[in-house]
Design a protein around this ligand. Structure first.
Ligand SMILES: Nc1nc2c(ncn2[C@@H]2O[C@H](COP(=O)(O)OP(=O)(O)OP(=O)(O)O)[C@@H](O)[C@H]2O)c(=O)[nH]1
Ligand SMILES: [Zn+2]
Length: 335
């Protein structure tokens, strides 16, 4: 007889189950002796997990099934977590994620392609010249950041070669914070590093950028022992640039993590729901209440034009509406 039998079912919506009547101690999760750590590297089925003062190498436990484990994941470890040369621990748990950044999640793509978990910020690294900046690429990154719930930060490199004014002008209406840098790749010295560091403190920041923009040079300046290979030759190994494509988390002096994503050049945005874009434009969101149902905000019936024209979104309203529409279009254009 169940302990709920004396209760009227209509009053209490608890169904007694065999599971529910088990002694409580048996309901504890398995491996409650697991220690928690942060995944900072993934390489061919081996995970580097940062524990308090050391790093352990781990493999995934069979019981995790196909669940992905990526850089930034908080995991539970059992087994040999000593971090010694031959020590191998097992990841038995992946804790709930506060954010996921996906490479692509098209409907046709059945494999989960999470690149980084639990990131707070996306640092979009763009050169002011050599290679020329590509605003559409930046827009796509912004959309991916907003979609994943990450705060964007623009870093405009090589300001010794070109002025940032034009690009800063394009992004001013979006209120995206921007830092301009100029670095000597040999010494790591130059302008803007301190300012970037301030934005990184206490956060997990994913760095994205096209080849040649100076991302490695920047990461090396931010994380002195990062040794990311820069254009040409790896100063550490003397060999050519490494071709690793997996993400890695590097600890920022002062607190925080830089997640470098070699090989990640863009994001599939097919899964992004355009109706959520407007949430990132609070000054426009109110005006959207007058839009027809299902308005894309990029069509003739959109009420935002009138809202902005009436001055409800302030003096920069028109520029912000234009920016919103540019982001909406970046979703469907390849770049
Ligand atoms: N003039 C100038 N050159 C820079 C600056 N930052 C980086 N560079 C140069 O730009 C080139 C590319 O820099 P990297 O740091 O290797 O660029 P990356 O974005 O990591 O590119 P990949 O290694 O291909 O991923 C190198 O030749 C650097 O020396 C800068 O602030 N000013
Ligand atoms: Zn609309």
């Amino acid at each position: 007889m169940s302990r709920y039998d004396h209760l009227d079912e209509s009053a209490v919506r608890v169904r007694p189950s065999r599971r529910g009547s088990r002694p409580r101690t048996k309901e504890r999760p398995a491996h409650d002796d697991a220690v928690e750590g942060l995944v900072i590297g993934v390489d061919r089925g081996r995970y580097t997990v940062r524990l308090d003062e050391r790093s352990a190498t781990a493999m995934r436990a069979r019981e995790l099934g196909r669940k992905s484990i990526v850089v930034g994941d908080h995991v539970g470890l059992v087994g040999d977590t000593s971090g010694g040369p031959d020590a191998l621990a097992r990841i038995v748990r992946v804790l709930p994620r506060s954010s996921v950044l996906r490479r692509s999640a098209d409907d046709s793509d059945r494999v989960e392609r999470v690149i980084v978990a639990n990131a707070d910020q996306m640092v979009i690294v763009t050169a002011l010249t050599n290679p020329e900046p590509r605003p559409r690429m930046i827009d796509r990154c912004l959309v991916a950041a907003y979609d994943a719930g990450l705060t964007p930060l623009l870093v405009l490199t090589k300001s010794d070669l070109a002025s940032p004014d034009h690009l800063l002008g394009i992004y001013a209406p979006l209120n995206v914070p921007a830092v301009v840098t100029s670095l000597d790749p040999d010494t790591g010295l130059g302008a803007g590093v301190e300012e970037v560091l301030e934005h990184l403190l206490g956060k997990v920041s994913v760095f994205v950028g096209h080849s040649g923009v100076g991302k490695s040079t920047l990461v090396n300046a931010l994380v002195p022992d990062a040794h990311r290979a820069t254009g040409g030759v790896n100063v550490v190994t003397g060999r050519g640039r490494h071709t690793s494509t997996s993400a890695v988390a590097l600890e920022v002096p002062g607190g925080g993590w830089v997640v470098d994503t070699p090989g990640v050049r863009s994001f599939g945005l097919g899964h992004v729901d355009p109706s959520t874009f407007i949430e990132h434009f609070p000054d426009l969101a109110q005006g959207a209440a007058k839009c027809p149902r299902g308005c894309s905000h990029d069509e003739e019936e959109c009420a935002l034009d009138a809202w902005v024209a009436a001055g409800h979104a302030g003096p920069s309203g028109a520029a912000r509406l234009e920016s919103l529409r540019r982001l909406l279009r970046s979703r469907t254009s390849d770049s």
